[in-house]
Design a protein around this ligand. Structure first.
Ligand SMILES: [Fe+2]
Ligand SMILES: [Fe+2]
Length: 480
């Protein structure tokens, strides 16, 4: 068996030789029923018996790793898949730079490493919980299927992290794996660990914004962990990234199709002013200023996931060789950063300004900068659609100081351009920047399910191509 081959014979498909690892196999098999219970309780509500046209990973070969077929979600083959081990891989950064990567947990870094795995792991089931009611208002079977694909893969990402916990962290790992099934998104007593994963995803615009912005944070975190000197974590994250790409595709194209539909409807109706909100809404589409507000909300919530701009945890994880930077291997420096600086945006004397800080402490800031650049590329593609149809409007990411709850700017109120507002001004202007109750009501009023094959809700354009090249009227979900 080559490493690319996935063993599908046991309960848990895997390419990590579980068949000859009785201890871990038993631990995972014991964890499995709790996972299925969690999925049935907290996974997509109302569609557990439906047949969904899903992709399942059958290999970790980048060309052709998935196969498509109809599956009932609780019967999805969630597996443990690691990207192939690279011969002679060396720790690419930090104080151990150049040493052989670790195949086992280095004792001195055990607690830090466990925490990184648990935090990543906690986000995976959280997003499934946040999205559990969306199937009921899907704008098409195509979109419903994409939602469920994202959901089962977030479930698989949980498996990926739980495998690491069970295999490498003994009793503590087992307890953490249990706790991952106990916490619940938005629960006041046992919430998920990070703020954005306790927010609601009440409608499909939120879902697409979430997959565009928040799954992209996932991508950045996975990219940083894929650099890890702890090789099993690196290999796990490398394979997760192939799945993550689809989640961002869902978000980016979802928002694109909403924008496209809005602009086309405006054109047909002869409305050229994007701020004629009531007129636009009468067309059964979402006006561009409201789309902008949703982007403001999801972008700002997601920025909080990067943590404090200045962070000793981040410095320690880098120094130890556990968590690197985005595309570490493409960066041209000493990869140790002991004497380097990095400009950090701070609030100094009531003004937002850059301050050079030790580069090691500024790693969260740096990853966030890379994230913002990546977001901007996607936003530029949205704007192309608006421009091509000829509506004078551009989506713009708000200033990083806007609407923050963590870090440097959590102590202040800034508007979308980064101007500092007084508390009274903020209260007064808040709904210019963020969705108001009326905006939410309007979006909710559009959320009527469209379950006829090939049909789409009024507010979203059909995709350019089907999943797995299926024709436009393909029945992606056979609703039971
Ligand atoms: Fe994920
Ligand atoms: Fe994701």
């Amino acid at each position: 068996m080559t490493i690319q081959q996935v063993d599908y014979n046991g309960l848990i498909p895997n390419n990590v030789g579980l068949g000859s690892d009785a201890r871990v196999k038993r631990a995972l098999e014991k964890w499995h029923p709790g996972y299925i219970n969690w999925w049935k309780d907290m996974g997509p509500e109302g569609f557990q018996e439906s047949l969904v046209y899903l992709r399942t990973a059958v290999s970790v070969d980048p060309k052709g790793w998935a196969k498509f077929d109809y599956v009932r979600m609780p019967e999805y083959r969630w597996g443990v898949l690691l990207a192939p081990q690279r011969d002679d891989r060396k720790i690419p950064f930090g104080t151990h730079k150049g040493e052989d990567v670790w195949q086992d947990v280095p004792g001195e870094y055990r607690a830090m490493l466990r925490r990184l795995v648990v935090i990543q792991g906690d986000t995976e089931p959280a997003s499934v919980e946040q999205q559990r009611y969306l199937g009921k208002t899907a704008p098409s079977l195509y979109d419903m299927r994409n939602l469920f694909q994202v959901n089962v893969e977030e479930g698989r990402h949980l498996w990926a992290m739980v495998y690491l916990l069970q295999k490498y962290f003994g009793t503590d790992g087992r307890e953490e794996a249990e706790a991952l099934l106990q916490r619940r998104s938005g629960d006041p007593d046992t919430p998920r660990m990070l703020g954005a994963f306790n927010e609601q995803t009440p409608d499909w615009l939120s879902f697409f914004m979430f997959t565009f912005f928040t799954d992209r944070d996932g991508k950045m975190q996975l990219e940083a962990l894929a650099q890890s000197g702890f090789d099993p974590l690196s290999r796990t994250c490398r394979f997760m990234l192939t799945e993550e790409a689809h989640h961002m595709f869902v978000g980016e194209t979802g928002v694109t199709r909403i924008i496209q539909r809005t602009c086309e409807a405006m054109k047909e109706a002869g409305i050229s002013d994007p701020y004629e909100i009531e007129k636009v809404r009468k067309l059964g589409v979402i006006d561009l200023p409201t789309i902008q507000k949703k982007a403001n909300l999801h972008f700002s919530l997601t920025l909080d996931l990067f943590g404090n701009e200045i962070s000793t945890n981040a410095a320690n994880a880098f120094h130890a060789g556990l968590k690197g930077r985005y595309r570490e291997h493409r960066l041209d420096d000493d990869h140790q950063l002991e004497s380097k600086t990095y400009p950090v945006l701070r609030l100094i004397d009531g003004k937002i300004q850059n301050e050079d800080s030790p580069a090691l402490s500024a790693l969260n800031m740096r990853l966030r900068d890379d994230y913002v650049a990546d977001c901007n590329n996607g936003v530029a593609r949205w704007n192309k659609v608006i421009e091509q149809i000829g509506i004078p409007f551009q989506i713009k990411l708000p200033h990083v100081a806007f609407h923050r709850h963590i870090g440097e700017f959590s102590r202040t109120n800034a508007d979308v351009d980064g101007n500092i507002l007084s508390p009274a001004e903020w209260t007064h202007q808040r709904t210019d920047f963020l969705p108001s109750a009326a905006d939410k009501d309007f979006i909710e009023s559009l959320m009527k399910p469209q379950t006829e094959p090939g049909k789409f809700a009024s507010w979203i354009a059909p995709p350019k191509v089907g999943i797995d090249n299926k024709p436009g009227d393909f029945e992606y979900v056979k609703i039971a």
